[in-house]
Design a protein. Sequence first.
Length: 221
Amino acid sequence: MTTLQSQDVVHYLARHVDFFEQHPQLLSQLHLPHPHDGKSISLVERQSLMLRERIKALESKVAEMVRHGQENDAIADKLVLWVRALLSETNEAALPATLISELKRIFDVPYAGIRLWETKSAVAFLDCAQAVESDTVSFANSMRVPFCGPNVGFEAAAWLEDAGTVKSLAMLPLRVGADPQTFGMLVLGSADPERFHSSMGTTFLEKIGELASASLARLRQ
């Protein structure tokens, strides 16, 4: 007689999926080790454990999805508050300061600063219109997404209060639509070196940059 191998049994059961329906008594006779304490349990009990574990895993995923949804809702609410503040500001000269102060307040950002180049003469006296290095402008023009990472002596860090304490930065280029040339840069800073790190997602920061660009574009010459 040919000796059956375990793989032969596997193939047989795969081809006869109704085997245990035809032989239900085997379900109570087959025993498997418990996955946690090593005790012997029936096949039915083992299947129940597997199902419970799958349910727990699904519940965990659902809870995570709900949490992410709640976080996204909270971010959306903050964006609405911030945009409302920008739209409510009718004084062009006060707009940059309003943008920065409300951004820090609503999003709990420790430090924030902004520089604009090629501004209208009417707002050229503002701090945000001070001259910046050509390398900074070139760097902004090269950016297609915000930069996040450690503060390694970027000029933009000097635009922030208490610049010496800033350990991480997020730099957002300001441009109109798909224009390759920028007209400014928004920079966020934190004393926490992990607040803005190189591996973090930038989707939310991109939205901040787009909205800031749309609001400040009226100050261009």
